[in-house]
Design a protein around this ligand. Structure first.
Ligand SMILES: NC(=O)c1ccc[n+]([C@@H]2O[C@H](COP(=O)([O-])OP(=O)(O)OC[C@H]3O[C@@H](n4cnc5c(N)ncnc54)[C@H](OP(=O)(O)O)[C@@H]3O)[C@@H](O)[C@H]2O)c1
Length: 285
């Protein structure tokens, strides 16, 4: 399979490049391909002629999206539109990543792929617009919604906790948002199982298990063997620019109905992350 990966220098993008290393991969960072530049996207896709385009590029700073609204829609909606239109024009399929933040967060049970959406932030709204454009413009799509990503190649909740906990011995973390943390290596490996199969459509894909950010922080310090006090606070006390869904647990229904093995639990994945993190940082957390 010849694969074009856009946003390849991002946290998920880097693990996608590794996971697809056995294929013929053309990977491009933002500096090499700005997905909001339609002419550049079409030119590259026509030149490289991939059979699959993977979009790992996004505007992921949820709070910044609230004030940079045009940029959020430019990257999260116009960008995927360009890639999907170029895929359709050249007979390629597209894999696009989206988010649990397309949901309002007022549900009380895990959200399935075809449950009603209702984003409460510009980030969520712009990502939903991107999904819809991909779905409309290129029927051979895999739209993958995932949640609470962390990985070895980008700033994320786990690395932030390890840094803050190490510096101060105490962190304050919200306990009124529930979700499923997902390791980018697990997600990237799962993506290789879908690629090339005619099982097009929308998928929820996250590690198993549910926790609050507060519980997750406790799990992180336990896995790292660090003695850090984790104080529970409410989202209101943080007063962030963007509202987050209170409950955004994803039911990976289409994944299991399609016959794929469920992703392992987030706690198991976290153990592996910690080993990988330690070896990357020379044995220390
Ligand atoms: N992180 C999470 O917790 C989370 C949760 C659910 C879903 N997701 C989704 O998962 C996907 C991957 O996220 P991630 O965490 O890997 O994000 P990330 O680390 O922020 O990576 C995104 C990449 O996209 C690049 N990019 C931004 N604008 C671009 C443009 N106009 N053209 C080309 N590239 C551009 C960024 O480059 P610069 O760094 O140079 O800007 C960055 O390398 C995204 O679709 C995201 O919405 C993420």
């Amino acid at each position: 399979m010849r694969i074009l990966i856009a946003g390849a220098a991002g946290m998920l993008g880097r693990d996608l490049c590794t996971a697809f290393a056995g294929e013929e991969v053309v990977s491009v960072s933002r500096a090499e391909l700005d997905i909001t530049d339609a002419a550049a996207v079409f030119a590259l896709v026509h030149k490289e002629r991939p059979s699959l385009i993977i979009n790992a590029a996004a505007f992921t700073n949820v709070d910044e999206c609230e004030t940079s609204i045009d940029d959020a829609y430019r990257v999260n909606a116009v960008g995927p539109r360009n890639l999907a239109a170029a895929a359709q024009e050249t007979d390629a399929a597209i894999m696009h990543f989206s988010t649990d933040y397309v949901f309002a967060g007022d549900a009380s049970q895990p959200q399935r792929e075809y449950d009603p959406v209702g984003p409460v932030s510009i980030y969520g709204k712009s990502k939903l617009a991107g999904e819809r454009l991909v779905q409309a413009l290129c029927p051979r799509h895999y739209v993958i919604r995932t949640s609470w990503l962390y990985g070895l190649h980008g700033k994320n909740f786990v690395s932030t906790m390890l840094r803050l906990g190490g510096q101060t011995g105490m962190v304050r973390v919200v306990d009124d948002q529930l979700g499923s943390p997902t390791y980018t290596i697990d997600l990237a490996q799962a993506a290789t199982q879908l690629a090339g199969k005619p099982y097009y459509g929308t998928y929820h894909l996250s590690n198993g298990g549910v926790c609050s950010w507060h519980q997750f922080a406790r799990d992180i310090f336990a896995a790292a063997g660090m003695d850090v006090t984790v104080e529970a606070i409410s989202s209101e006390m943080l007063s962030r620019k963007a509202k987050r869904p209170a409950y955004s647990v994803l039911d990976n229904q289409m994944w299991h109905l399609s016959g794929f093995t469920p992703l392992r639990s987030y706690k198991e994945a976290l153990q592996d992350y910690m080993k990988d993190y330690k070896s990357q940082s020379g044995g220390t957390v």
